[in-house]
Design a binder for this molecule. Sequence first.
Ligand SMILES: NC(=O)c1ccc[n+]([C@@H]2O[C@H](COP(=O)([O-])OP(=O)(O)OC[C@H]3O[C@@H](n4cnc5c(N)ncnc54)[C@H](O)[C@@H]3O)[C@@H](O)[C@H]2O)c1
Length: 255
Amino acid sequence: MPESKAIAVLGYGAIGSVVCDRLLAGGVPGARLDCVVGRRAAGTSVPVVTAGEAIERADVLVECAGHAALAAHGEDALSAGADLVVSSVGALTDASLRERLHAAGPGRLFVTTGALGGLDLLVAAASAAPFTTVRLSTTKTPAALVQDWMEPSQKEALLSARGPVVVFSGSAEEAAALFPRSMNVAATLSLALPATPVEVELVADPAADLVAHVVTAEGPVGRYRFEVRNQPSPGNPRTSRVVPYAVLRTLREAL
Ligand SMILES: NC(=O)c1ccc[n+]([C@@H]2O[C@H](COP(=O)([O-])OP(=O)(O)OC[C@H]3O[C@@H](n4cnc5c(N)ncnc54)[C@H](O)[C@@H]3O)[C@@H](O)[C@H]2O)c1
């Protein structure tokens, strides 16, 4: 029987803790949770280590920690020969980080599809001929969209809204930069379809019990509309509950 691969998980929050639990339960054949990097991970049965130690020990580093952590450790992991699974896809809208990670190796880079679906068909259609328009409309609760950079009056207006409010419209890159923990999906779409700029609209809706993403794309090959409605994660309302399972699916590609 082939030996299982040693997996290190970077970040033990809404995504990382579920990834760890599933790995410990043997949910991914061929993958063995070796260690975790994260202050809150003290209760796990595997060693809690520094990022540097994790990179030395792991065959695959699964990043579930945020943009800054990916920027700090991603390149080192790939250069040390570990494969890297990325959750914080929004960080890759920074062209310099993206280029550094693509250029690094011998480890391989895997980017999860995260909270979004339908990319297989969209990428296939775009390879035949680029789309003329690609749009993403995302709806979340106001509380999930409040950001530190907002003026107090803007925060207050958002949190007291009684109906849907458009909080942002613009490019995927701007969306990922302004709403780093909430707009990974815009980055995922934009990176998958680089030939067509993605027009993003972000809506705060106090009645939004589910996180909604509606993708529409039109081009010479066809017209597509995908609607995703995800339950928020119990651990973090900015993250959809499905995301750790998407990360585990991506991990299977790295084994
Ligand atoms: N691809 C997608 O569709 C998608 C969807 C949702 C969230 N995300 C992204 O995934 C990442 C994780 O999301 P989450 O909901 O689990 O966040 P979270 O805030 O619940 O958990 C992140 C954890 O990582 C820890 N952390 C931060 N920096 C660290 C470091 N340098 N070393 C070790 N631990 C560190 C934090 O303390 C926290 O416990 C975020 O960047 C988020 O934006 C991606």
